[in-house]
Design a protein around this ligand. Sequence first.
Ligand SMILES: *Cc1c(COP(=O)(O)O)cnc(C)c1O
Length: 392
Amino acid sequence: MSKIKEKIYLSPPHMSGNEQKYIQDAFDTNWIAPLGRNVDQFEKEVASFVGVSDAVAVSSGTAAIHLALRLLDVGPGDTVFCSTLTFIASANPILYLGANPVFIDSEPDTWNMSPQALERALKDAKAEGALPKAVIVVHLYGQSAKMDEILAICNKYCVPVIEDAAESLGSSYKGKASGTMGAFGIYSFNGNKIITTSGGGMLVSNNRVAISKARFLAAQAKDNAPHYQHSEIGFNYRMSNILAGIGRAQLEVLEDRVRARRLVFNQYKFYLSGFPGVKFMEELENTKSNRWLTALLIDEKEAGFSSQALLEFLSAENIEARHVWKPLHLQPLFNGAPYYSHNEEENVAEELFSKGICLPSGSGMTRGQQGRIINTILNFCIKKDHHTGVNL
Ligand SMILES: *Cc1c(COP(=O)(O)O)cnc(C)c1O
């Protein structure tokens, strides 16, 4: 029996070595909680890195979306539009507020929100006198959505945009940082993201008043009074000073992490894109993706195998790869929610879901590990005798 191979994870945390320094600072000053210097600095450093005036550090990316929707006054019975091809966390906060999601399909170039589907949805909503309170646009796997088109349409209907940039910190669109073009942007520092605080998130905006309101809501909405007084529903959403310390050290190496993940993508593409029926996610012109996860499509008819078959083969080799997100309009939780397809013939997100897979893309992955993944895929794609193997 062959010995079990070391597991290669999809996107494991990658520490810089400097995290302990900031954690130690929190211990030395006994600012374990609540808040403290690491939180204040982490907010300033992220704001300055992406080029916005204000940021508030919170307990998760999901919490940041929830706060953004609250700031835009979303409440029971309201409508919020959201990309359909995304993780559930993009849309759960719509339900927290008792509002109703409408899902918008992807377009084929970026896999992100289809401007033409969005335009149809807004036109219908206007005709019904029920424009959405917000549009949540996701930048999938680091790839920017077509923001010029999306913002132009949303501006025409005066609907604010929330950028779910949970996966795209470090990406840019026409020179602007991902997450800084809408009314609000959110980032996630969950353990699998490009940088992590183990768990955490950030809400950013150039609207100082709104961010200071978010800070108030995230800390139980305590009124300015000599006693505990509350006039609004608040949340316990602030980030701890220990975790913000991890974030500060991680932010220092973000650009290295982007470089490493882009290299991972390029290696996969170099060795695997020659196969018929295999197509890698493109990069939109004038944008730079952080390539958080390397994503590719497998056309079963051309390739002779399905994405599912390859995933099973990789799993048997102890390599963690995943399907592309299952579209939210297909989730049982959102059964019956309205959905706008790219056009009458094409359900782009559904097709991406059936063909798409994500390969291990960690910035700490060794060349040897990536070589093992590539060889495993080559072995699966062609007969073993016909190739000589790859040594990265
Ligand atoms: C990870 C993720 C989130 C949620 O972030 P958390 O910090 O895990 O709450 C939201 N949207 C997308 C697209 C994500 O990938």
